[in-house]
Design a protein around this ligand. Sequence first.
Ligand code: FES
Ligand code: FES
Length: 154
Amino acid sequence: MSGVLRLTLNGRARADLVASNLFLVDYLRGVAGLTGTKEGCDGGECGCCTVLVDDEPRLACLTLAARCEGQRVETIEGIGAPGRLSRLQRAFHEKLGAQCGICTPGMIMAAEALLRRNPQPDEAAIREALSGNLCRCTGYVKIIEAVRAAAEAR
Ligand code: FES
Ligand code: FES
């Protein structure tokens, strides 16, 4: 079964015919062409696919696209661009918070949700907000530093 999905994606209204069993990560990457959202485990365990739905972090690999009807979906492409990086993107770059980069979009989107609801988080709050996002490269220290730096840059 399929139907028309209407949502706001990175600030722009869209309407797409989607299958009712299409997951949001596949809608974003395959239909909308936004490949910044990564797919790691495809099972809700790694956080790579984290996007924002109405400002809340959401795992796109576990979310049916059709469930986002009428909602605001934001991806890593929506919060900055080459030459116009967001404060988090700049901080991850400057503090070496990204190595291989596969976890980075999800980390940044989870951190973006945190900073929207808590502009000055302490380290415990940062660790809590990122607890569902796995990184095999950095050891997390640089990631925490990057989020702190982004908060201070606001
Ligand atoms: S790809 Fe969604 S949580 Fe791993
Ligand atoms: S930078 Fe490689 S998994 Fe995080």
